[in-house]
Write a protein that binds this ligand. Structure first.
Ligand code: FMN
Length: 358
């Protein structure tokens, strides 16, 4: 067991119940160090609950703009709200003004956030032009001030999510991670790309190793982990204490469980059978509608249902029909017919999507 700090807000690496390393962050012992990445428009309450139920050790909210939150925007407050089911929730905030960020962090703490995560990785123009997201990495003094202001404002742990740097000529993830540590952050997540890369190219897991070796707080590696083997290789190459998964979990939330199984045993675990996949998809759909109400829940569920069904026989047609649905019952029936058709069709040749309609 490695103890990093006596500060109760800080994190320590410990051995979890399953024998794998995990992290105690503040008062919460995370079940494991395979985390769900924050994704705007995606990691809402229903998706976070799904990821947790499939084994994710920590889930992170969508990025919430600090300015909007302190203006009391009802949408931001809904994004920040949490419940027992997903404890401990990390709520991610974006912004660049230390005072506003500190106030937003306080509001999130009062709404139940167990961890405040600071966004220093968002590459989107509308965010960076305000000095927030990945742009904060370019002003190391301000980055330190933002972290310190938040650490001083809240009683819960504070974490930071960064990229490797702004571009390949200004790689400063290690310096920012040290600043984060010195400013009182408990953990840092590194997406192995620069801001200039946006989401192109391949995440550089080896570049995360330098960060890991430079700080004593836990380091989580992120980027392009789509399978248990990716997860294992990423941990090996980066030396990181854990991993964070974003796009790989879309429509495949069981990836968390598969990764944990592989890391624990070295053996592959098959994905759930189609009947179980159907049950997961329908439950997710119902939860979205329940959470947002109608008709918003119907619209928001479409992208998730497209991911759930991706690669299955007839999914292209399914998506087309989905876009014409207007009621809860229509979507539920369409989903039932879609899975029933696959389950009752004898497998002839090739993969389920061998007709090319996926
Ligand atoms: C649609 C989408 C939305 C994202 N939103 C956020 C966000 O709100 N905050 C953040 O720190 N990163 C965000 N990211 C980046 C992810 O957290 C993650 O760093 C990136 O996707 C790389 O990991 P992956 O290859 O596992 O997806 C987003 C990524 C995607 C694809």
């Amino acid at each position: 067991m490695t103890i990093h700090s006596k500060n109760p807000k800080c994190s320590r690496l410990i051995v979890g119940n399953n024998g794998l390393q995990t992290i105690k962050i503040g008062p919460a012992v995370l079940p494991n160090t395979v985390f769900l990445a924050p994704m705007a428009g995606i990691t809402d309450y229903p998706f976070r609950c799904l990821a947790r139920s499939c084994g994710a050790g920590l889930v992170v909210s969508e990025m919430i703009a600090s300015q909007a939150l302190i203006r009391n925007s009802s949408r931001s407050i809904r994004m920040a709200s949490t419940a027992e089911k997903e404890f401990p929730l990390a709520v991610q905030i974006s912004g660049s003004d230390p005072v506003v960020m500190a106030e937003a962090a306080r509001i999130n703490e009062s709404l139940g956030a167990a961890i405040i995560d600071i966004n220093m990785g968002c590459p989107q123009r509308k965010i960076v032009k305000t000095g927030a997201g990945a742009n904060l990495m370019r002003d190391e003094v301000l980055a330190g001030k933002v972290i310190e202001a938040i650490v001083n404002a809240v009683g819960v742990s504070v974490t930071v999510k960064i990229r490797l740097g702004w571009n390949h000529k200004s790689i400063n993830a290690t310096r920012i991670a040290k600043i984060a540590q010195d400013s009182g952050a408990s953990l840092v997540t590194v997406h192995g790309r620069t801001r200039s890369q946006m989401f192109s190219g391949k995440a550089d897991w080896s570049a995360i190793k330098e960060v890991k070796e430079a700080v004593s707080i836990p380091v989580i590696a992120n980027g392009d982990i789509h399978s248990p083997k990716d997860a294992s290789l990423c941990i090996e190459v980066s030396g990181a204490d854990g991993i964070m998964i974003g796009r790989g979990a879309l429509g495949r939330p069981w990836l968390f469980d598969q990764i944990l199984h592989f890391l624990g045993t070295g053996e592959d675990k098959r994905p759930p059978g189609l009947e179980e996949q159907y049950a997961i998809a329908i439950k997710h759909f119902e939860h979205i509608v329940d959470f947002y109400g109608l008709p918003v829940g119907l619209w928001l569920s479409r992208k998730h249902l497209a991911w759930h069904t991706k690669g299955l026989h007839g999914s292209a047609l399914f998506r087309k029909s989905l876009n014409n649905t207007k009621s809860f019952n229509e979507v539920r029936d369409l989903l039932r017919r879609f899975y029933e058709a696959i389950l009752t069709t004898p497998i002839s040749s090739g993969s389920p999507d061998s007709d090319g309609s996926a």
